[in-house]
Design a protein around this ligand. Structure first.
Ligand code: NAD
Length: 497
């Protein structure tokens, strides 16, 4: 994958890029029966393209296509090693098409092209490679029985899986759902977010190029309720793998109950605390993780470290260092400029929401240390923002802002830090910074979150279960557990005469 282009070259490539804008059904790009919706490039505010708005009938077609493929059994009954081969080739094709993927997601949702190339694209390829490797390791079991019986347990795919994903990591969030669902032998209907509808279509096309059978991987584009609800309510869908807001995640449970009791896994919002204790090893390192943990990807990260719980003895130095380095670490700019590390927020409406939270923070008495303003650029940008003097009951400490807004809360030692950290409806991720092994282990035990980091933030690999406690969701992405979530067990008890 070539990555060393100038801004001018990236713009030329973006201008020359052609891409489908419909659905992908039964191995083909189609336009579908509904109208079209508009995708705006958030870096410029201008229209990028018009995309097919999926209707309930389009969803029916996609599910029927997946169901037919499942019944034919070409994919699920394929020798697992062959399935492994297809998904491994797909991983290679993601890498080979890295520039196209990078451009598609950057143009739709404003992520810096350098982040796409350094992070999202390789991570998506690794996701497919990892689950490919697990394809022939989905073992059943034989249990101990009396001599008159033979009992074995099979692990089988579920059927048709609906994958409903958000816009903040369009390619990667799709990969986290689609790869394990396919590796387990299911058919898939992917519903990308309406803000970022293009990379999912390329992914499905490459599945065919990798040797995957038509109908196994379908994509229906469209608006949340108009397209997502018919998919989640569909009686022929066996599971919904959802990543998105807590509010819509709760609807998925309702849809499952109103229809066929399908399985639901939910990866939802977060308000992740980072605890910085007075005995931490290296303040500079800790502060740079704090800065990246909230300003990276414009703060549009489910596990963003948005609450900084700083031990009283180091609070002043911590905030001073954060101001010194954080004010200039991220600069808003053209996401197609390889030097840019802060793109626009995904839409103008989302920017208004983020700015609303900043205003609320000021009104509720937090101290604005820097940022909070809008840079002089045409797109939906907001500058990185730091609040100090935050109380955990304030709105900016309780609600997910999904923007580059950090809230510093001073705490008095580990016990209070843990109390404040857990005083949240969310529980996706958390970190603790300390040299004291006892405190680190206590924090790991007591923090109510699915992912805990000690003396780092956002580290991990594919073996790490990723998902939340409390209203951050249920179910795990990445990891073996995720793959098993796309399977069901069948017990066969054989009476021996
Ligand atoms: P969202 O909930 O608005 O949308 C997510 C998906 O659901 C989109 O595809 C959308 O079209 C669809 N949708 C919306 N309304 C629907 C409805 N009524 N019925 C069916 N489908 C519907 O979320 P978003 O704004 O796209 O993404 C941001 C959210 O995603 C944040 O809350 C973030 O924390 C969360 N997120 C979580 C993780 C995680 O792993 N926990 C990862 C990334 C993002």
């Amino acid at each position: 994958m070539t990555t060393a282009h100038s801004t001018r070259e990236w713009h030329a490539r973006a201008g020359a890029l052609s891409y489908p804008t419909g659905h992908f059904l039964d191995g083909e790009h189609v336009l579908g029966g509904g109208g079209r919706f508009t995708v705006t490039n958030p870096a410029t505010g201008s229209v990028l393209c018009e995309v097919s708005a999926g209707t309930a009938a389009d969803v029916d077609r996609a599910v029927a296509s997946g169901r037919r493929a499942f019944a034919r059994g070409t994919w699920r009954r394929m020798a697992p090693r062959e399935r492994l081969g297809v998904l491994t080739r797909l991983a290679g094709l993601i890498d080979a098409n890295g520039e196209r993927f990078a451009l598609l997601d950057t143009l739709c949702m404003g992520k810096p092209i350098s982040d796409m190339l350094a992070s999202d694209v390789p991570a998506a390829a690794t996701t497919f490679a990892y689950f490919a490797e697990l394809s022939d390791k989905i073992d059943g079991a034989v249990t101990a029985t009396a001599a008159d019986a033979f009992h074995y347990i099979l692990r089988e795919p579920l059927g048709v899986v609906g994958c409903i994903v958000p816009w903040n990591y369009p390619l990667l969030m799709a990969a986290w759902k689609v790869a394990p669902a396919l590796a387990a032998g299911n058919s898939v209907v992917l519903k990308p977010a309406e803000q970022s509808p293009l990379s999912g279509l390329l992914l499905a096309e490459l599945f065919i190029e990798a040797g995957g059978p038509a109908g196994v991987f379908n994509v229906v584009n469209g608006l949340g309720e108009a397209t997502g609800a018919p998919l989640a309510l569909h009686r022929d869908v066996n599971k919904i793998g959802f990543t998105g807001s807590t509010e819509v995640g709760k609807l998925m449970l309702v849809y499952a109950g109103q229809s066929n009791m399908k399985r639901v896994s939910l990866e939802c919002g977060g308000k992740s605390p980072q605890i910085f204790l007075a005995d931490l090893d290296d303040l500079d390192r800790a502060v740079s993780y704090a800065i990246n943990g909230i300003f990276g990807n414009m703060g549009e990260v489910c596990n963003a470290g948005s609450r900084l719980l700083v031990d009283q003895p180091i609070a002043e130095a911590f905030v001073a260092r954060f101001i010194e380095r954080g004010r200039t670490a991220y600069r808003a700019g053209d996401p197609l400029d390889p030097a840019t590390n802060l793109g626009p927020l995904v839409t103008a409406a989302h920017r208004s929401r983020v700015v609303g939270y900043i205003e609320r923070g000021k009104r509720e008495g937090a101290r604005l240390e820097f940022g909070g303003d809008i840079p002089d650029l045409p797109g939906s940008y907001v500058n990185p923002t730091l609040f100090s003097g935050v109380q955990n009951r304030m709105t900016i400490a309780q609600e997910e802002i999904f923007g580059p807004v950090a809230a510093t809360i001073v705490v008095d030692g580990l016990e209070e830090a843990l109390r404040v950290a857990n005083d949240s409806t969310y529980g996706l991720a958390a970190s603790v910074w300390t040299r004291d092994l006892n405190k680190a282990h206590k924090a790991v035990r007591d923090l109510e979150a699915g992912v805990i980091w000690v003396n780092c933030f956002d580290h991990g690999d594919m073996t790490q279960p990723f998902g939340g406690y409390k209203q951050s969701g249920q179910g795990r992405d990445k990891c073996l557990e995720s793959l098993l979530g796309y399977t069901q067990t069948k017990s066969a008890w054989i009476h021996l005469g």
